[in-house]
Design a binder for this molecule. Structure first.
Ligand SMILES: Nc1nc2c(ncn2[C@@H]2O[C@H](COP(=O)(O)OP(=O)(O)OP(=O)(O)O)[C@@H](O)[C@H]2O)c(=O)[nH]1
Ligand SMILES: [Mg+2]
Length: 391
């Protein structure tokens, strides 16, 4: 009894610790608020018609090897103010422009204003967006006194860019899988919330083709409402092209106080969490990996899970209205994800991983193929229209 109790206390302390770690100490910064103001314009020189220098601008630019941590200071809102334009002087009639400021961020950051209006997506190194414009230099039009720069508060939000995003409950084996298929060394342990920040690994195929995969902290029931590690990590799957569900075929129980969920229930809960967070997420191509097949009794559980998935797909196909009509209160999803494939694996032993890797690649390639066709078609339209115009 003592042994059991101590074990229980240890486990629950670890869970508690994880929650807190996520909140405070090792914070992975993926959102920062900043204040930016363009420099003021310099004074003009009415006597000689000299024009003041314009104020410097503030840009946010994606550059390699940057993190949002570099942007964040201890202050609640970091201030970025560009340099003022020089006044026009008798010797130098055209005032020199104020110094521009560049806020350096990693690629994958989107910039919004205070009302969450998107100003720009900085997807590639070099992409930049203007957030505050410098004031005009003094000239006749403004009675020779420079104008103020624009100002405002902005949010810099990091969304990881990876081809594949791992979605799963804690302890399902997501990090073990990432380690098995890439050269990354994520932390792996037998308790929930081992992973507290997203990590991207590169999977290289025999022909050197590379696909990036993001291991994310485990989701739990209520993640969309910011439970557990919260939905702040869910946004990282928004930009992935494929969702890889990693599910322990034995199901999951967060702690003795929480309900046990079998693998099929786990899949539905994940489905629901994604749908409630953003319904488009369930439209993304998805593959289901049922993990830990090396353990005893796993085969039977696998059969049960496969049957449950099969029945569910059939029901939703034959009674689409019924499924659409089910409410979220009774715990059912409105739109069951249709998986491109369901693959039994053992992330630990490597069983099934080759098949998983090649299916992932096929689905991603299909995705790129479709994107290309769509692009070509729309370019074709432009081309045709242009020709018609000439005729
Ligand atoms: N037997 C067996 N154990 C596995 C397998 N995959 C993972 N495990 C074990 O399951 C536990 C959890 O694995 P992780 O890879 O840390 O799980 P995770 O999904 O990343 O968990 P969080 O980071 O907490 O969300 C570890 O003890 C792993 O060794 C598997 O295929 N078979
Ligand atoms: Mg992990």
């Amino acid at each position: 009894m003592m042994v059991f109790l101590t074990r229980f206390l240890l486990v629950s302390n670890k869970i508690k610790g994880r929650f807190q770690a996520g909140k405070n100490r090792h914070r992975f910064i993926d959102q920062v608020r900043i204040y930016a103001r363009g420099g003021g314009g310099g004074q003009g020189h009415p006597k000689f018609g000299g024009i003041g220098g314009s104020g410097g601008d503030v840009y946010v630019q994606a550059l390699p090897d940057e993190t949002l941590k570099n942007v964040k200071s201890s202050k609640r809102e970091q201030r970025y103010i560009a340099g003022p334009g020089d006044n026009s002087k008798a010797r130098i009639l055209q005032g020199v422009k104020g110094r521009d400021l560049i806020i350096k961020v990693p690629p994958g950051v989107c910039v919004t204003d205070d009302n969450n209006r998107l100003l720009g997506d900085l997807n590639k190194v070099g992409d930049k967006v203007l957030v505050a414009r410098g004031g005009e230099g003094g000239k006749q039009k403004n009675e020779w006194s420079g104008t103020k720069g624009t100002k405002g508060s902005f949010k810099l939000i990091l969304k990881l860019i990876a081809d594949v995003g791992f979605v799963g409950f804690p302890n399902a084996g997501k990090s073990t899988l990432l380690k098995a298929v890439s050269r990354t060394e994520p932390k792996i342990a037998d308790y929930p919330f081992t992973t507290i920040r997203p990590q991207v690994g590169i999977v290289e195929y025999d022909d050197k083709r590379q696909i990036s995969m993001a291991d994310l902290p485990g989701l739990i029931e209520g993640s969309h409402q910011n439970m557990g590690m919260g939905h702040r990590f869910l946004r990282h799957v928004e930009r992935t092209k494929l969702l890889l569900f990693v599910v322990d075929v034995h199901g999951f129980q967060l702690s003795p106080r929480h309900a046990y969920r079998n693998a099929f229930e786990t899949i539905n809960i994940l489905n629901k969490e994604l749908e409630l967070y953003k319904s488009e997420l369930v439209e993304k191509p998805a593959i289901l990996a049922l993990n830990k097949l090396d353990m005893e009794g796993a085969d039977e559980l696998l059969q049960e899970t496969l049957e449950a998935i099969q029945n569910n797909t059939e029901t939703s196909h034959s009674h689409p209205d019924m499924v659409e009509g089910t409410t979220e209160e009774n715990g059912e999803v409105r739109k069951p994800i249709s998986f491109e494939d369901v693959i039994p694996i053992s992330a630990k032993d490597g069983e099934g991983l080759d098949r998983l890797k090649s299916r992932v690649r096929e689905v991603i390639d299909e995705h790129y193929e479709k994107e290309r066709t769509v692009e070509e078609e729309s370019e074709g339209d432009v081309g045709r229209r242009a020709t018609t115009g000439v005729l």
